[in-house]
Design a binder for this molecule. Structure first.
Ligand SMILES: Nc1ncnc2c1ncn2[C@@H]1O[C@H](COP(=O)(O)OP(=O)(O)O)[C@@H](O)[C@H]1O
Ligand SMILES: O=P(O)(O)OC[C@H]1O[C@](O)(COP(=O)(O)O)[C@@H](O)[C@@H]1O
Length: 324
C-alpha cells in the first residue's frame, strides 16, 4: 500500500476532524501518501482530491464539522457515477480508502469495493450511535452532551413555571441520543423509534405524577412511532385535559450536530482513524474499524449495515424507575 484517500460523507459529526487528523498523520507516520477527498462521494466523482501533509490537519482536533466537507451524492448511487469515481482514484494510483460516515456511506463503500476492489476501511461517524460493530460512534457523546446542557436549562424554566416540556432530540431511526440524555437529564419519559410508544401509559403517569411533581421533562426522538414532539404533545395535552397545566415543545435540531467534540469523541475518533489506516496496511478491507469493549475491532460492512445495535432494555427501565 502506497497511497490512501480519506473522505467524510453523509452527515457530519463532531469528531470527524479528529478522525481525519488521525488518518493523515498515521498514514504519513507509516510512509504512505495520503489524499483528502472533499465533498464525499461527489468529490470522488468530480476529482476533488488533494494530497495532504501533516500540517494540513493542524489545529483541527478541537473543531466540529469536517474540513473535508460532507455531502450526499445521488450520482454515486448509479453504476456510471461509481465508475467515474474509480477512474479518478485510479488516475492517482490510490490503493486504499478510509470512509468516515454512517451506514449509508458504508453501503456505498461496500458496493464500490465489490465493483472495483480498492481496499476500504470505514470509521463510524454519526451522532446517532446506531452502527453495529462499535460501542459508540464518533459524535454521539458530543451530541448527547449538547442536548443534555439544553435539557438542564429547560428544566430550570420548566420548574419555575410548573410546565410539562416535550424536548425533541435528533434520531430519525435511532433513540440512543434520547435515552442517554433522558437518563442524564432526569427525564420523566423517553420516546424512541425502537420501542412502541404507549401514550395511554404516559397520560396515566403524568396524571399520577401531578401529585408529586409540578413539572416534567419528556424526551422525544424525532423518529418516534407516534410522531414528532409537537404531534405527541398535542395528543397528550388533549388527554391529560388539565386547564392549569402548560405544555411546551422545544426542538433542539441541528445544534446537536455542531460544536467542539468532547474528549471521549476526540479519543474515539483518533483511535478509529489510526486503526483504519493500520488495518488497511494489514490487509483489512470492506469493513469498519470500531471500538468494542475498549478494544479496536474490524466488523464487515455487511454486518455494520445489516445488524442492529438494540437499545439496552435496562436503560429504558432505569428511566422508568428513576422518574417516580
Ligand atoms: N445503496 C447505495 N449505493 C451507493 N451509494 C450509496 C448507497 N447508499 C448510500 N450511498 C452513498 O452514501 C451517501 C451517504 O449516505 P447517507 O445515508 O446520506 O449518510 P450516512 O452515511 O450518514 O448514513 C449517500 O449520499 C450515497 O452517495
Ligand atoms: O437534516 P439532515 O442533515 O438531513 O439530518 C437529519 C438527520 O441527521 C441525523 O442526526 C444523523 O446525522 P449523522 O448521521 O450525520 O450524525 C439524524 O438523526 C437526523 O434525522
Amino acid at each position: 500500500m502506497k497511497k490512501i484517500a480519506v473522505f467524510t460523507s453523509g452527515g457530519d459529526a463532531p469528531g470527524m476532524n479528529a478522525c481525519i487528523r488521525a488518518v493523515v498523520r498515521t498514514a504519513i507516520f507509516h510512509g504512505l501518501e495520503v489524499y483528502g477527498i472533499t465533498y464525499g462521494y461527489d468529490g470522488m466523482i468530480s476529482g476533488n482530491i488533494k494530497k495532504m501533509q501533516s500540517h494540513s490537519v493542524s489545529n483541527i482536533i478541537q473543531r466540529g464539522g469536517t474540513i473535508l466537507k460532507s455531502a450526499r451524492s445521488e450520482e454515486f448511487m448509479t453504476k456510471e457515477g461509481r465508475k467515474k469515481a474509480y477512474e479518478q482514484l485510479k488516475a492517482l494510483e490510490i490503493d486504499g480508502i478510509v470512509a468516515i460516515g454512517g451506514d449509508g456511506t458504508f453501503t456505498g463503500a461496500k458496493i464500490f469495493f465489490e465493483e472495483f476492489g480498492i481496499p476500504t476501511v470505514g470509521c463510524p461517524g454519526t451522532i446517532d450511535n446506531d452502527i453495529f460493530g462499535t460501542d459508540y460512534t464518533i459524535g454521539f457523546d458530543t451530541a448527547v452532551n449538547t442536548a443534555l446542557e439544553a435539557i438542564d436549562k429547560i428544566r430550570d424554566t420548566a420548574a419555575a413555571h410548573d410546565r410539562i416540556f416535550f424536548v425533541e432530540v435528533m434520531g430519525r431511526d435511532s433513540g440512543y441520543i434520547a435515552v442517554e440524555c433522558g437518563i442524564g437529564g432526569g427525564a420523566e419519559f423517553v420516546m424512541v423509534p425502537e420501542t412502541e410508544t404507549d401514550l395511554k401509559k404516559v397520560v396515566k403517569s403524568l396524571k399520577n405524577l401531578r401529585k408529586s411533581k409540578s413539572s416534567s421533562i419528556i424526551v422525544v426522538a424525532e423518529g418516534d412511532d407516534e410522531g414528532n414532539a409537537e404531534v405527541i404533545m398535542d395528543q397528550v395535552k388533549k388527554k391529560v385535559n388539565d386547564e392549569d397545566k402548560e405544555f411546551k415543545v422545544t426542538t433542539l435540531g441541528h445544534i446537536q450536530r455542531g460544536g467542539n467534540p468532547t474528549a471521549r469523541d476526540r479519543v474515539l475518533a483518533s483511535r478509529c482513524g489510526m486503526a483504519a489506516v493500520e488495518g488497511l496496511m494489514n490487509g483489512q478491507s470492506n469493513c469498519m474499524a470500531g471500538i468494542v469493549n475498549g478494544d479496536v475491532t474490524y466488523t464487515s460492512f455487511e454486518d455494520c449495515i445489516g445488524k442492529t445495535k438494540p437499545i439496552k432494555s435496562d436503560h429504558l427501565k432505569l428511566i422508568e424507575i428513576l422518574s417516580i
